[in-house]
Design a protein around this ligand. Sequence first.
Ligand code: BDR
Ligand code: CA
Length: 312
Amino acid sequence: AKPIIIDCDPGADDAIALFLALAFPEKLDVLGITTVAGNVPLHLTQKNARCLCELAGRADLPVYAGCPRPLLRPLITAEDVHGRTGLDGIHLPEPTMPLQEQHAVDFLIDTVMRSTGNITLATLGPLTNLAVAIVKQPAICQRLQEVVMMGGAATQGNITPSAEFNVYVDPHAAQVVVTAGIPLTIVSLDVTNQAIATPERLSTIEAINSPISAAAIGLLNHYGAYDMQRYGFPGPPLHDPCVIAYLLQPDLFTSRRAYVAIETTSELTMGRTVIDQWHVTNQPANATVIESIEAEGFYQLLTQAIDRFKEH
Ligand code: BDR
Ligand code: CA
């Protein structure tokens, strides 16, 4: 199984991404979950991650709390999307599994430095933890097999017309990451907006009729209401699960190499991911930019994942 660390800010779509990752232990070996401030503050994201692990029957997984705020900018959260708890739409009991004492950044550094270079990091929130880890121990850049991040938008942003939420919340961290010389794969909004949970796809998941499917539906119904109203989508786009799907089944995606930079000065376009898809800057490519997802295959994979928890 591929060893991975998941850095996240749960968050409804982060929750679904965790279910997807934990459903295939023979393919993905989740070494730990690190949390960051993003959709909701850190004290909630770390708690939510533990609630979700318990729900998924994985109270054994180590969960770490990381950075409570972005590098330079004040924290912006997304309660309008994910609710006040970050997991509105469901009620989970207070977690009984512990929060690890070690800081998420130190767990990341130690685990990657002790590895043979085979660890993949999936980032599903603002990039603060990874940026701090890079600054503290730059040698992780050569030791990470790959970083696959959900973030950015080549076309329209979702938090401003220019920017996608994860990059907008901590654009300076994103800039540290894209300039670090890390093997980086970017799953942007342009891709994740192709992965919409239509009513038909939701009813297929609902029909599984298990605690995990009920939680997924509760979360997505709440989160979908925002996406339908604000963006006119026929259902919620499952942003973060696309990263995990890429690790499980890369043939669902197409990509190209490109040079990517982050806007960190203009207020108007703050957090814009500038993606040079036509090589007009002559800058060497620093990322693999995913361009498309085969949505039907993605929903088959997700349905299979949720169904698997019945057997566990
Ligand atoms: C990203 O922002 C968050 O609200 C979601 O969890 C996802 O990671 C999408 O822009
Ligand atoms: Ca997220």
